[in-house]
Design a protein around this ligand. Structure first.
Ligand code: GLN
Length: 569
């Protein structure tokens, strides 16, 4: 079958949901047995988002092959079974870098190097390379139509349809149709203008996805159709949803996949969206109530920075038929505030990945609280490193324990490896992408994964310093996951605790709603259990139990305060 191409652009304003819409369309097409791949074209000049501030750009998503990519790739992987690589994420910076390097090597034979055709050719080449062997290649163009930066990409896709033929390429444009409460009307003008802007540069969209808070009535669809030169049945409502996993269902109900297949003359089997319906149904009415989980980090003002973590927690919640209420806790504020008042009431505490020393002591306080109050704790990357520092300081008596990332002096229980230190001076010493990890038997890690060998994705520079392994083990830390090739600790846990598990890698990148990651399933399960155990009995229940068990309680002494016990504080 000849490869077909779908290009998705966005108009009116940013953050309307192009990434999710693209992921949802890919999910629908994949459910029809088509071989689909997805690409993201980012118009910024950074070569990749690895160096970008999470406050500005949200999370950096890491692929199996270790590429640091845009967070939309996370949506693509979560919604489909596709494993993306560095080739699926393209930035203007990369494209220009390649073209300029070619120019320096003299590959343009003295010609004048220009945006058209050299930059546009490089963009088209990259798309064709990724699309090889696939039925459909869906390409999302970042930014908003009208931006200067995205023009070379839009020009490249205009040429693409010209080169490949109308029957093989479609353009889908996502806009916003706001409802104005004052006049009680849905407003179509921003959409009209956005499509005009596209048509000015030679792109006539085949489909419009209109983000709205309500289903578009037929007269509004006809109006948009007329002004934008698009068939009314191809004006699709992208209605707001209560959870993102309903998006494929919204498009499915309007037959979007069917229409795309017809337009591209694609033969595909009939649709099967049962797994999405099931996920949505659990999310709307979970059987087991709610569970409160705290995420302690420094990027809490832009929760997009923790996108994969928060989604993986939702997946863990789906598996446990519960709704997870996330509370984002500013680690910097925690340094000077009362931990008890900030953290009490949480059934689970998670410290996600992070860089730099800001807020680090606040995270350590949270970890100490979780450990000593026996609240389920899940530490990811820096969440493992800080849990080790906390244990070294408060249990092993290494008061000066720290990481070389935060300080020039102290006991570096977390450090750069010897050979890494040499590389570091030259830059680029990050451990990125998928690595193998062996799990020790009879550990929580082993039990939770149900496997002895796993592969997980990394993005960090520092490691546990093996010099301290002995003293930490003697004091009760369990190193349950090891990279045997490099002799590095990948997972750490504490035995005398309901659930205290940490990992050097980022399991959140591999979790999907219909294939939740075992560590998130285990953590949510433990949090739910902790909530049920801590749930205060009603007055009636208290009266009943105290009369029945008072003698027992007296014998047990202080055991009722189990959750307040401080074994090693
Ligand atoms: N900053 C730490 C390191 O570089 C942890 C990184 C992370 O949490 N992703 O090792």
């Amino acid at each position: 079958m000849k490869t077909k191409y779908i290009f998705v652009s966005g108009g009116v304003l940013s953050s309307v949901g192009k990434g999710l819409a693209s992921a949802a369309m890919a999910a629908l097409l994949e459910s029809r047995g088509l071989k689909v791949t997805l690409m993201k074209m980012d118009p910024y000049l950074n070569v990749d988002p690895g160096t970008m501030n999470p406050f500005q750009h949200g999370e950096v998503f890491v692929t199996e092959d270790g590429a640091e990519t845009d967070l939309d790739l996370g949506h693509y992987e979560r919604f489909t079974n596709i494993n993306l690589t560095r080739e699926n994420s393209v930035s203007a910076g990369q494209v220009y870098e390649t073209v300029i390097a070619k120019e320096r090597r003299g590959e343009y034979l003295g010609g004048t190097v220009q945006v058209i055709p050299h930059i546009t050719d490089e963009i088209k080449e990259r798309i064709k390379r990724v699309a090889k062997g696939k039925d459909i290649c869906l390409v999302e163009i970042g930014g908003t139509v009208g931006d200067i930066e995205s023009l070379p990409f839009l020009e490249a896709i205009r040429q693409f349809r010209f080169d490949m033929g109308e029957e093989n390429v479609i353009f889908i444009h996502l806009t916003l149709v706001p409802f104005l409460g004052m006049s009680g009307e849905l407003k179509t003008k921003p959409t009209q203008h956005s499509v005009q802007k596209l048509r000015e540069i030679g792109i006539q969209p085949d489909f419009l996805l209109c983000r709205t808070d309500r289903i578009l009535p037929p007269d509004i669809r006809s109006k948009i159709a007329l002004f934008c030169n698009i068939k009314a049945e191809n004006v699709i409502t992208a209605k707001d949803v209560s959870n993102i996993y309903e998006v494929p269902l919204v498009f499915y109900e309007q037959g979007l996949d069917e229409k795309i297949c017809q337009r591209l003359n694609l033969k595909a089997k009939s649709r099967g969206l049962d797994k999405w319906a099931k996920v949505s149904q659990i999310l709307t009415s979970p059987k087991n109530g709610t569970v409160e989980i705290g995420i302690v980090g420094k990027y809490v003002d832009l929760t997009e920075s923790y996108k994969s973590v928060s989604e993986a927690l939702v997946h863990g919640a789906i598996a446990n038929q519960v709704k997870v209420n996330l509370k984002y806790i500013d680690s910097e504020r925690l340094e000077s505030s009362d931990v008890e008042s900030e953290l009490s009431g949480l059934s689970g505490i998670l410290v996600p990945g992070g860089f730099g020393n800001r807020g680090v002591e606040g995270k350590i306080k949270a970890i100490q609280y979780a450990r000593s109050h026996k609240i389920p704790y899940f530490g990811i990357c820096i969440g493992l490193q800080l849990a080790i520092i906390e244990y070294a300081r408060h249990v092993c008596g290494l008061n000066k324990a720290t990481s070389r990332e935060f300080s020039n002096t102290g006991e570096f229980v977390i450090d750069l490896m010897e050979d890494q230190r040499r590389v570091d001076r030259l830059g680029g010493s990050m451990r990125l992408g998928s690595y193998r990890c062996k799990l020790a038997s009879k550990t929580l890690a082993h039990e939770t994964y149900g496997a002895t060998e796993i592969w997980e994705r990394h993005r960090h520079r520092y490691e546990l310093n093996n010099h301290y392994r002995k003293i930490l083990t003697e004091n009760g830390l369990v190193f349950s996951g090891i990279n045997t090739e490099m002799d590095l600790v990948e997972m750490m846990e504490i035995k005398d605790h309901p659930w205290f598990l940490t990992c050097q890698f980022h399991p959140e990148f591999k979790s999907k709603p219909f294939a939740p990651h075992p560590l998130f399933v285990g953590f949510v399960k433990a949090s739910l259990k902790s909530k049920l155990q801590l749930k205060k009995p009603t007055k009636k229940e208290t009266a009943k139990t105290s009369s029945l068990t008072s003698s027992k309680n007296m014998k047990k002494g202080n055991q009722g305060a189990k959750h307040g016990l401080r074994s090693h504080v």
